[in-house]
Design a protein around this ligand. Structure first.
Ligand SMILES: Nc1nc2c(c(=O)[nH]1)N[C@H]1C(S)=C(S)[C@@H](COP(=O)(O)O)O[C@H]1N2
Ligand SMILES: [Mo]
Length: 201
């Protein structure tokens, strides 16, 4: 009798790393900009934490490069339904940056800002505790301008519109204010596992 080999009867299930309503984009990495891609040299790039802090702090490119490095390895999820797995981003943890300022007691939200004027709001809790980075390398190479280089915010546990490209800083706030996409109908928090895509989700 022939023995049937190579068939286990198991179906390939949905990847458990894929949040609801998302698909695996594989090797593709779409570029999504609301604005034109700026040509921003590292000589003109700065990062500033301001708002509800005792004293605002700014870093130049050289200064931020001198901080302890931190890596994120994992997935990113865009609200337009693509996800990408096994990405490696290098930069600095937002925790390290926040260590340099004294936050007001009322600090509870941040507005991430870009050198282009793009903004996106986040609860302070979503950018602390090892959950957010300012990154400049992806998979071992510098971020291209299209993907936010010289540096972008990375908040991979939320939809990718929260990861402001060409990031210029964080404004610390006591109450939530809406950024660019949030004013245009997207969710204030954007947790992909809860499918918080639009206002009201
Ligand atoms: N400055 C800026 N940052 C941005 C955006 C943007 O339009 N401008 N788009 C957001 C959205 S909607 C997504 S999905 C990701 C896209 O990043 P990518 O182009 O590297 O894939 O960047 C986010 N950060
Ligand atoms: Mo997006």
């Amino acid at each position: 009798m022939a023995i049937t080999r190579g068939f286990t009867g198991r179906r390939r299930g949905r990847d458990p790393r894929l949040p609801p309503g998302q698909y695996d984009a594989g090797r593709d990495w779409p570029v999504l900009n609301a604005e034109a891609t700026p040509r921003l040299g590292t000589d003109r790039w700065t990062f500033t934490i301001e708002g509800l802090v005792e004293k605002p702090v700014s870093w130049t490119w050289a200064e931020i490069q001198a901080l302890p490095r931190s890596r994120y390895e994992g997935a990113i999820h865009c609200v337009t339904t693509w996800s990408k797995f096994d990405m490696t981003f290098d930069g600095v943890s937002v925790d390290t940056l926040l260590d340099a300022v004294d936050l007001a007691e009322s600090a509870a939200y941040v507005m991430a800002t870009s050198h282009t004027g793009y903004t996106t709001n986040l609860p302070l809790e979503d950018v602390t505790g090892g959950k957010a980075w300012v990154v400049w390398d992806v998979d071992g190479a510098p971020l291209t301008a299209e993907h936010g280089g010289p540096a972008r915010l990375l908040v991979p546990h939320l939809y990718f519109w929260k990861s402001a490209k060409w990031v210029s800083g964080l404004r610390i706030m006591a109450s939530d204010e809406q950024g660019f996409w949030e004013r245009n109908g997207y969710h204030d928090r954007g947790d992909p596992w809860l499918e918080q895509r639009y206002q009201g989700d």
